[in-house]
Structures are given as C-alpha cells and as structure tokens.
Design a protein around this ligand. Structure first.
Ligand code: HEC
Length: 148
C-alpha cells in the first residue's frame, strides 16, 4: 500500500468516526419537553372584586401571613430573594410585576397555587387571602413593610 492510500484510508475512517460520533450525540439529546398545560383562571374568579379595603390593619394581617407562608420563597420583602430560588420576574417590589393581575386573579393564584407554588387553600379566615393580596400589592410602594 502506498503512503498516499494509507493516508486516504486514515482520513476516510476518521471522517466516518467523527460523523458517527456526532450522530450518537445527536441521538442523546432528549426530545423537546411537552408544553406545560396552560394555567387558566376562571373568568368569575378573575373579575371578583376585593371585598377588603387595603387598610393598615388589613396590610398588617397580610404581612403576618406572608411572613409565615410566603417569605421562604418570595423573600421577606417580596423581592423573590428567599431561600428558594425564584425567577426574578416575580419581584413584587417592582410595580410592574403584579400590574397585569386583577385582585381576583391574585387571590386565585394564592388560594389554588401555581406551578411549584403550593396552594394557600382555605386554612385561614375567609378574608385572609384578600389581606395577603392587599399586602402583596403594598410591597411595590415606597412605604412597604417587609415581613419579619
Ligand atoms: C414553595 C415556594 C413558594 C411559596 C411558599 C409561595 N410561592 Fe408564590 N410562587 C412561587 C413560584 C415558583 C411562583 C411562579 C409560579 C409559576 O409561574 O409557575 C410563584 C408565583 C406567585 C405569584 C404570581 C406571580 C406571577 O407573576 O405569576 C404570586 C402573586 C405569588 N406567588 C404569591 C405568593 C403568596 C402570597 C404566597 C404565600 C401565601 C406564596 N406565593 C407562597 C413559589 C412559592
């Protein structure tokens, strides 16, 4: 065999191996994940008016519950910097973060949960969810009171 044909065979073999390798890797990439089911808030929930005025007492009550049930994930000031890493878009101290939600939608999300967020359910008094909504809304204001 001439030097030239040894070189040719080596080149072809190498090319083959590289191509096979690339294909092997391509096959290992997992198929794209199925799209998550859409999170739908019923219209009658979304349009529900907040029956509780955001008085200092209501916000104080919401703050107490937030400190127990929410701050581990959402951070004491609601900025999303709790012990559980959370997407920076959930920064409640940013006035834009909750603007797109009605009070009814926030109450629904808090009561029912969303994705990795657990449901608050009806464990408190009936108005507690609305106190939490009032508190979460207050976090974007200058005189926000961080939870303890
Ligand atoms: C275990 C961590 C965890 C706890 C506890 C938790 N949350 Fe969440 N929360 C999340 C995550 C994660 C999301 C994002 C959900 C998604 O979009 O899939 C979220 C989303 C939200 C949203 C919607 C924000 C948006 O832009 O979609 C609100 C409002 C909210 N949480 C408020 C609360 C309140 C109030 C409490 C306490 C009653 C609470 N959360 C407790 C993890 C948590």
């Amino acid at each position: 065999m001439s030097k030239r044909s040894v070189f040719l065979i080596a080149t072809i073999t190498l090319g083959f191996l590289l191509a096979a390798g690339a294909q092997g890797r391509a096959q290992q990439t997992p198929p794209p994940a199925a799209p998550a089911p859409e999170y739908k808030i019923p219209a009658d929930e979304a349009s529900k008016a907040n029956p509780v005025k955001p008085t200092p007492e209501s916000i104080e009550r919401g703050k107490t519950i937030f400190g127990y049930d929410c701050s581990a994930c959402h951070g004491k000031s609601g900025d999303g910097k709790g012990d559980v890493p959370i997407d920076s878009k959930h920064d409640f101290t940013d006035p834009d973060s909750l603007k797109k939600f009605t009070d009814g939608e926030l109450a629904y999300i808090i009561r029912v949960g969303k994705g990795l967020m657990p449901a608050e359910g009806n464990r408190g008094k009936p108005d507690d969810i609305w106190h939490i909504v009032n508190y979460v809304r207050s976090l974007a204001k200058k005189d926000a009171m961080p939870a303890k």
